[in-house]
Design a binder for this molecule. Structure first.
Ligand code: ADP
Ligand code: MG
Length: 699
């Protein structure tokens, strides 16, 4: 950076590139500011005249901050963000220009939608799509453009992005949660919002090594690579001291994120060598989703300035922990309550137990939906791989809370270490946060005052998971509210409802070690699905009961779900295909030629020794092993090639994805095993690419 940043003045520069509430208050006439607030809170559309004033103020502010362009920033189904930049310029007489930005341009954009993934929808809608301003997420300036967070729809109204369903799901779970609050006598809250804090894991590798690996450049993960002599066995990296180069990177990342108003808070080394984590302070879900996208983008961009590459792939290195994203989630009412805080007062505790039971029921009934919200080719390497949660969905609530639930179910008093509480009369102990211990193996864990969904992959958008989570919780709260609002005696009805819910859904609770093989067997006994890979779970998206759920709340229509299913499966096939093609290319152009050359060198050595009458048994044996492996790799190349051709001939989207998993992926694994074995017996100087040791220990 040319202007050496004074990183320490955080309070001064935090959010300096954001068109925030403070800026709006300063720059907008009071009545206009109030209209914007109403739009933010209640979704009431802005009057055109008012929108013009807001747009003009935004433009003036942006231009003062060096912006020349604006862009509607949206999140299509690619999983990354999209933007198209328009300059503020409008021509006037005599070849001159003025800078303009109208309310119309602020509220609605019309990018061509035809090149974004739409699943089966493409046939049913016009190429045109439109983007609509999301006023609840602040506009900001980046690279001399004013970024306006927006939703993206087709012209006929089908949603084409990840933000629209998220916003819808936030509203419906908020409405249903409010019904529950009213039942508990709360008249002060008028809104309930969902909050999210997304912890982000990533790897940093040296750019010069990265550039020498076709697999990393093209697919973001190593497709070959023998295990390094040292991996993460010594557990010396987690929370270890941060090296200077990495620290410099992290500082600049924080600085850039803070300027954009992103609440980057915690940074540390993770379990694997070269792996790190950044955690933000939680915020409203849609803002958290936007901020996580910005975080991922800046992580990659700033790394390059430090001659580093940030890998966000879920599994860049086989045999080394992969990267995930923990989605911390809660519900907050606008009278200041965290609804998942067990709290200190008995009434709130019963309210808390009601929300807890609704969540347990929702997770149990809709486990496959949560599972598929984290499904991707990359994440398949992690889930169930003894590093990330298993592919089986269960809920961890900790022993103390489990005891409370059991007491409630049985009607017996709950005995804690310090006191006895009669659950029948609404009492629950005041929790110490640390009693919800840190079980890292659970996919869905209660952590004191929030739930943490740990299945997401590091590269995933958090929108899909939160859309699904919000919708299933909305459904359960709806059922609870319907039943309780009819009750003559609320207390009695509530107790009956909770006891019944616990009886029917407690199988979803599991506080033990999710990595253990016994859990797989136990989960099967409990009837909990174990959907191992993307192709096992994504096709379930279209189940009638799920379609009904989403249609009931107008989160997705059937066609929209079908299109999303198709996009996910198509994407899986594309990723596997690209990986397989990259493997073939590397094997043919780099690995086999290297193997042939080394084999020849060894044969030459054997021959020379023999000519001198020396014993060449070692060289002959070595050459024979090299030769055998090379032939094996040649054979594996042919098999993979055939499988790939067969996959490409399958027209049916689901069939193609399934074949990629069963045949192509398996062929890739077999080929990799041979190449990795070869790598261990070839000298470093003859191996055509940097090793795992180079990549993992050079920064
Ligand atoms: P860890 O899981 O590594 O122990 P922390 O306890 O530091 O992490 O918190 C993880 C994340 O949870 C942070 O991003 C934090 O802001 C978020 N978080 C805390 N409270 C809430 C809440 N009420 N809603 C959503 N996220 C929350
Ligand atoms: Mg966590």
């Amino acid at each position: 950076m040319s202007d050496t940043p004074a990183y320490s003045n955080v309070t001064e520069y935090f959010g300096c590139n954001v068109f925030s509430d403070t800026v709006m208050r300063e720059r907008l006439p009071k009545s206009v500011y109030k209209s914007v607030q109403r739009t933010k809170q209640f979704g009431i559309a802005l009057e055109p005249a008012v929108a013009d004033v807001v747009a003009n103020a935004m433009k003036d502010w942006a231009v003062e901050h060096g912006a020349t362009h604006y862009t509607h920033w949206f999140q299509p189904m690619t999983g990354v963000t999209a933007e198209k930049h328009d300059a503020f310029i409008t021509p006037t007489d005599h070849g001159r220009i003025i800078l303009e930005f109208s309310g119309k341009e602020l509220i609605k954009g019309e990018p061509d939608a035809s090149s974004f993934p739409s699943g089966g929808l493409r046939a049913t809608f016009e190429a045109r799509g439109y983007t609509a301003w999301d006023p609840t997420s602040d506009a900001f300036i980046k690279d001399d453009s004013l970024y306006i967070p927006t939703a993206f729809c087709s012209y006929t109204g089908e949603i084409l992005d990840k933000k629209t369903p998220l916003l819808r799901s936030m509203n419906i779970v908020g409405e249903q949660a409010l019904r529950i609050l009213r039942l508990f006598g709360n008249q002060s809250a008028t809104r309930v919002m969902t909050t999210v804090g997304a912890e982000q894991e990533y790897f940093l590798v040296d750019k010069s090594y990265f550039d020498q690996r076709e697999d990393l450049v093209i697919t973001g993960r190593t497709l070959f690579g023998a295990k390094p002599p040292k991996g993460q066995e010594l557990e010396d990296h987690y929370f270890g001291n941060i090296k200077q180069r990495v620290s410099d990177y992290m500082k600049e990342l924080d600085y850039e994120l803070w300027k954009l108003g992103v609440y980057a808070k915690t940074k540390h080394n993770e379990a694997a060598p070269a792996q790190h984590e950044l955690a933000p302070v939680f915020t409203t879900s849609n803002i958290a989703a936007d901020q996580n996208q910005l975080t991922m983008e800046l992580m990659k961009k700033i790394a390059r300035k430090h001659n580093l590459i940030c890998l966000l792939h879920e599994k860049p290195f086989a045999g080394i922990n992969g990267s995930g994203k923990h989605n911390n989630w809660s519900l907050t009412s606008n009278d200041g309550q965290n609804l998942l805080d067990p709290g200190a007062t008995p009434q709130d505790n019963m309210q808390f137990l009601t929300f807890l039971c609704a969540i347990l029921k929702g997770v149990h009934e809709y486990a496959p939906l949560l599972r598929l919200s984290a499904a991707s080719a990359g994440n398949d390497h992690r889930l169930g791989g003894n590093e990330a949660p298993p592919a089986i969905i269960s809920v961890f609530i900790g022993s103390e809370l489990e005891a409370v639930i059991e007491a409630l179910e049985s009607g017996k008093p709950y005995v804690s270490n310090t006191a006895e509480f009669d659950i029948g009369v609404d009492a629950l102990p005041n929790f110490k946060k640390d009693t919800t211990d840190r079980n890292r193996t659970s996919p869905f864990a209660f952590t004191g005052n929030k739930f943490e969904f740990r299945m997401l992959g590091s590269a995933d958008s958090i929108s899909c998971t939160n859309t699904i989570l919000n919708t299933i919780v909305a459904e359960e709260l709806r059922q609870f509210a319907d039943e309780l609002e009819q009750a003559e005696n609320f207390d009695k009805a509530l107790k009956k409802l909770l006891v019944r819910t616990i009886k029917e859904h407690k199988q979803i609770i599991f506080n033990g070690n999710g990595y253990a093989d016994e859990w797989v067997a136990e989960a099967e006994k409990r009837g909990l699905p174990n959907l191992v890979s993307t192709v096992d779970c994504v096709p379930l998206y279209k189940r009638d009961e799920y379609v009904e759920l989403f249609e009931r709340f107008k989160v997705y229509s059937r066609v929209e779900i079908e299109s999303r299913t198709e996009i996910l499966l198509e994407n899986y096939t594309k990723v596997i295909t690209i990986e397989a093609l990259t493997m073939l290319d590397m094997a043919r152009k780099q690995i086999i030629p290297a193997a042939v050359k080394v084999t020849k060198d060894v044969c030459d050595a054997a021959l020379s020794k023999k000519q001198l009458g020396l014993d060449a048994a070692f060289e002959t044996g070595y050459a024979s092993r090299l030769s055998g492996l090379t032939a094996g790799i040649g054979n594996a190349v042919n098999i993979l090639d055939e499988k790939l051709t067969a996959a490409q001939a399958i027209a049916d989207v689901e069939g193609a994805a399934k074949f990629c998993r069963s045949d192509v992926f398996t062929a890739m694994q077999s080929m990799r095993a041979l190449v990795d074995e070869l790598e261990t017996i070839v000298s470093a100087k003859d191996w055509p690419m940097p090793s795992y040791t180079d990549l993992l220990f050079s920064v």
